[in-house]
Design a binder for this molecule. Structure first.
Ligand code: NDP
Length: 411
């Protein structure tokens, strides 16, 4: 049994709270703490009665404040559902106050500035967590998170995993002209970075949104996806050196891409402060406040998300293609958790990771700092399916259709 401190009160936190409340035999209490107390109360109200729930206001950029909250709540595990810029201060607080740590995305060492290849900042804490007998589980949402676990599972299944393509397509509709499915600042910065992928022992790079390819996605049908850089590529490539090529593909509608292009052209995606009638404003932060709050999208969302990993390699000497994926229905996710499927798929795995951390029979309670593919895939795959995210492993021969990749994309 563990007392949980959940930091953040957005869509992902809402799902985590619901999943924690469904397992009172594992989690003995829940404190929901975030910048805006009212949002904590809304999340808390949904799960009140299932286990003892408290709320607190905290600035998670302030490591000593988080540490004193951990001590006051006697929390054994901190689940970080705030923003990537809070990863490092919350990890420091865990070390100071003696709690395990779990998050869902790579850190942002400079607040508000997305950084590619950023895991070094968190992995640097490995020896300190190990010495303290504490575990930090990094980026265990869905992507990153389950995609790392899927990749590790495929690497175990194949004799040689030669190429890996991670496919993420939200086939749902929220009814708004333009919205992001999680924090707009994080989301828009990550997709507008140059697209980077690993090929033949080096990173290659091209401008954002340049290359598209068609895939036949079970549950969604044929979809055109766009190559982008996504953070799990960094650690998957580092831990699977035999992989010849690793890429990430995401589904964007033409309309979504048109919005991004126009917002960029008129300067609203900028992260440098500008003066607006005497007040300093960061255009992208301002834009976030004009868009729908991602946590409120669920009520009108229909359709499904699809995230999977396509691996080509060899098995018993024969060329083999495998595909492992999850499909999640927005309306089902909302009925259960009050959040849409993007939040749901991100919020379930960290709670399962906390369960595994507490279970003595798995290797998920190793002191140190770990990414998901460092730990055994099987227990996570079994439990995450039971807890709401079923997955399928199929022959992937027909998944990839045609590609519009330039003949020889270069860095
Ligand atoms: P939201 O923006 O909806 O929620 C973020 C929450 O963090 C808000 O409650 C916000 O408070 C709070 N917060 C922000 N800054 C601070 C601070 N300094 N101190 C305390 N609380 C703070 O985001 P989501 O719920 O959609 O996403 C949460 C996290 O999940 C993000 O890190 C995102 O990158 C990650 N994610 C991971 C996915 C995956 O599959 N791996 C997929 C989707 C998201 P306030 O409301 O006051 O601003």
């Amino acid at each position: 049994m563990a007392r949980i401190l959940l930091v953040g009160a957005g869509g992902v936190a809402r799902v985590m709270a619901v999943k924690i409340a469904q397992a009172p035999e594992v989690f003995s209490s829940l404190c929901i703490a975030s910048r805006t107390l009212e949002k904590c109360r809304i999340v808390g109200d949904r799960v009140a009665g299932a286990l003892p729930v408290t709320t607190a206001r905290v600035d998670a950029d302030d490591a000593p404040a988080v540490a004193s909250l951990i001590r006051r709540e006697q929390a054994g595990i901190v689940l970080n559902a705030a923003l990537p810029e809070q990863n490092l201060p919350i990890m420091q607080a865990c070390l100071e106050a003696g709690a395990h740590y779990i998050d869902t995305s790579a850190p942002e060492p400079v607040p508000g500035q997305y950084e590619m290849f950023a895991y070094k900042w968190q992995l640097a804490y490995h020896e300190q967590f190990k010495a303290a007998g504490l575990t930090a589980l990094l980026s265990i949402g869905f992507d990153p998170g389950m995609t790392n676990v899927f990749a590790a599972h495929l690497a175990e299944r194949l004799d040689v995993l030669e190429t890996l393509d991670i496919l993420d397509c939200n086939g749902g509709s929220h009814g708004h002209p333009f919205a992001t499915n999680f924090n707009a600042v994080t989301n828009i910065q990550e997709i507008t970075q140059p697209a980077a992928w690993w090929e033949n022992d080096r990173w290659k790079q091209e401008p954002a949104f340049q290359t598209q390819a068609s895939y036949l996605l079970p549950g969604l049908g044929p979809r055109k996806l766009t190559r982008i850089y996504h953070e799990e590529l960094e650690t998957i490539v580092a831990r699977m050196p035999a992989v010849r090529r690793a890429q990430f593909w995401m589904g964007f509608s033409d309309d979504y891409l048109r919005h991004i292009e126009i917002l960029g052209k008129i300067g609203l995606l900028g992260t440098t402060p500008i003066s607006c009638q005497g007040t300093e404003v960061i255009p992208l932060q301002f834009l976030r406040h004009t868009l729908p709050d991602p946590a409120t999208l669920g009520a009108s969302y229909t359709g499904r998300t699809h995230i999977g990993c396509l691996a080509r390699g060899t098995l018993n000497g024969a060329p083999t293609t495998l595909y492992i994926y999850n499909v999640c229905d927005h309306e089902d996710a909302f009925t259960e958790s009050g959040a849409q499927a993007v939040s749901y798929t991100a919020g379930v795995p960290p709670v399962v990771a906390a369960e595994l951390l507490l279970a003595s029979c798995t290797d998920w309670n190793k002191p140190g700092v770990w990414v998901p593919e460092d730990l055994p895939a099987a227990p996570m795959l079994v439990r995450v399916a039971r807890r709401g995210l079923p997955w399928r492993l199929i022959d992937g021969t027909n998944i990839a259709q045609e590609s519009s990749a330039p003949a020889s994309p270069e860095s």
